[in-house]
Design a protein around this ligand. Structure first.
Ligand code: PLP
Length: 356
């Protein structure tokens, strides 16, 4: 066409997971929380006054900032509200990267990073994980302006210890963005590193642990100087009035959040065990999904047969992932439907079983 910048002409754009429109499906493909948001959120939405919508929202989302600061044991000026965690990745790339200033990250990881890096027209340095998803030693020496580590990693669910990330933050000359979108389901988190290091930014999402994927809300935790720099890059009103009120209610309802997370973790353990019983290799996951490698059949074909049964999981047709399925942990009923379907598919007499 010729109208766009060259990098935009070249770009393929991000391919989000399929969002089926029918209600009667088992949707385990985009890592949403299977339980509804807190009743406190629904109450806020019911009571929302038109006046709050007539006016522009608070540009800083102060009520959420204060709530998130309290939950994380930091000052409110260490928090920046975002329109989903994805927006923070874009803001960080815009703030730190350019043609001469690279972004580095271990791979395979969240496939949005290279897409957004390409829009910023910055160099990407992809450092491969080993087979066990250990943090690659080379990541510390890339010289990148921004290094992103997704922890727990997607789509592996693997977890790098806080100690290792502390050493990485210490060694890097640039900024370390730790994408903790799934950390609500993990045993520990890196909030302490944002307090300790002036080059660490933590990304949090309200989409997973708080069941608010449809709201689009996330936040950054970083020292005030770093936060102040990021604030210069965000849109003036990047989070809307409804979202600020609902996300604040969600983060304050600690009991509901903790109970939900426990239910997901319990189901994660059960689903992992049952999948292993079906001869899938399932490394332990610290997220709300598992990455399962089938020893019995081809992942792509199993995926297709699940779709025929209106069960959606995620299949990435890319090297290192095309023998695996990423399966979001659902409710007990959803997981039972998935496991039942897999039992049926794997017991079908077909020529492809055992063919690799
Ligand atoms: C690894 C990772 N980071 C960040 C996000 C962003 O989440 P959201 O923009 O919904 O807050 C996602 C969403 O799926 C994700 O998988």
């Amino acid at each position: 066409m010729g109208y766009f910048r060259e990098n935009i002409e070249r770009a393929k754009g991000y391919e989000p997971g399929f969002q089926p429109r029918e209600a009667d499906v088992v949707k385990l493909n985009t890592n949403e929380n299977p339980y509804p948001p807190s009743p406190e959120v629904m109450k806020v939405l019911r009571e929302m006054k038109g006046e709050r919508l007539r006016r522009y929202p608070d540009p800083m989302g102060s009520e959420f900032r204060e709530g998130a600061a309290e939950v994380n044991g930091v000052q409110p000026d260490c928090i920046m509200c975002c329109n989903g965690g994805d927006e923070l990745v874009r803001i960080a790339l815009q703030a730190f990267c350019s043609e001469e200033r690279a972004v580095a990250y271990p791979v395979p990881t969240y496939s949005l990073y290279p897409v957004l890096a390409n829009l910023q027209d910055c160099k990407t340095i992809e450092v491969p994980f080993d087979g066990e998803f250990n943090l690659p030693a080379k990541l510390a020496g890339t010289g990148a302006a921004l290094t992103i580590v997704c922890n727990p990693n997607a789509p592996s669910g693997s977890f790098v210890s806080v100690g290792e990330l502390a050493s990485l933050a210490d060694e890097l000359s640039g900024v370390l963005l730790i994408d903790e979108a799934y950390v609500d389901f993990a045993e520990e988190n890196c909030t302490g590193l944002a307090k300790e290091f002036n080059n660490v930014i933590i990304l949090r999402s309200m989409s997973k642990g708080y069941s608010l994927a449809g709201l689009r809300f996330g936040y950054a935790i970083a020292q005030p100087d770093l936060t102040a720099g990021l604030l210069k890059v965000k849109d003036s009103y990047n989070v809307d009035a409804i979202a600020i009120a609902a996300a604040t209610a969600a983060i304050k309802d600690r009991r509901y959040f903790e109970e939900n997370v426990e239910k997901v973790k319990k189901e994660r353990a059960r689903v992992s065990e049952e999948l292993r019983g079906l001869k899938f290799e399932v490394p332990s996951s610290q997220a709300n999904f598992v990455l399962a490698r089938s020893n019995e059949g081809k992942a792509g074909e199993i995926y297709d047969k699940l779709v025929q049964r209106r069960i959606y999981v995620r299949y990435f047709d890319s090297p290192g992932l095309n023998d695996k399925l990423r399966i979001t942990v659902g409710t007990k009923e959803q997981n039972d439907r998935l496991l039942g379907a897999l039992r049926e598919i794997l017991s079908e007499e077909t020529t492809w079983v055992g063919s690799g």
